[in-house]
Design a protein around this ligand. Structure first.
Ligand code: OFO
Length: 171
């Protein structure tokens, strides 16, 4: 049986994932505003992925016979600077999320909660991909430097990202 402490920690992460979604939605709005529609698409896909992450926590807590205590979502910044700065902020945020997932896993191990460890394993793997994607784009943006042409080319590439909805759970 899942502990109260574990449920509270999972609910906190549900809120973190909703904040992640909110942050990337704000970034999508900002990049549209400054004329980078490809980057806006990238952040919109990121927003959709974060909503999937949030719902995974929501569904898992229910599957354990508990329910989620929903809390207020923090307000994301309104201004973000350059695209390079935005991806550096994105990486920093994802490193924070990685730490949160690791802390949750540590708690699940401490409590010998095997089901929650299996559930969290997906997020451990996901965070490797999340940080990797951000690092790749940061490298590309450093190569772009001050060239508007190179920035527009990269923006076109960011426009190709598509959201893949998760496969339905096998019954
Ligand atoms: Fe960005 O991985 Fe969830 O929060």
């Amino acid at each position: 049986m899942i502990s109260k402490k574990m449920v509270q920690a999972l609910n906190k992460q549900l809120n973190n994932e909703l904040y992640s979604a909110y942050l990337y939605l704000a970034m999508s709005s900002f990049t549209t505003y400054i004329g980078l529609k490809g980057a806006a698409n990238w952040f919109m896909v990121q927003y959709q992925e974060e909503m999937v992450h949030a719902m995974k926590f929501y569904d898992y807590v229910l599957s354990q016979g508990q329910h989620s205590q929903l809390e207020a979502i923090a307000v994301p910044p309104a201004e973000y600077g350059t695209l390079l700065s935005m991806f550096e902020q994105t990486l920093k945020h994802e490193q924070f999320i990685t730490k949160c997932i690791n802390d949750l896993m540590d708690l699940a191990i401490k409590e010998k909660d095997h089901a929650t460890q299996i559930f969290l394993q997906w997020f451990v793997t996901e965070q490797i991909e999340e940080e990797g994607n951000d690092n790749d784009i940061i490298c590309q943006l450093k190569l772009v430097g001050d060239s508007p042409q190179a920035l527009m080319m990269l923006d076109k590439e960011l426009a190709t990202r598509v959201f893949t909805p998760p496969a339905p759970a096998v019954q």
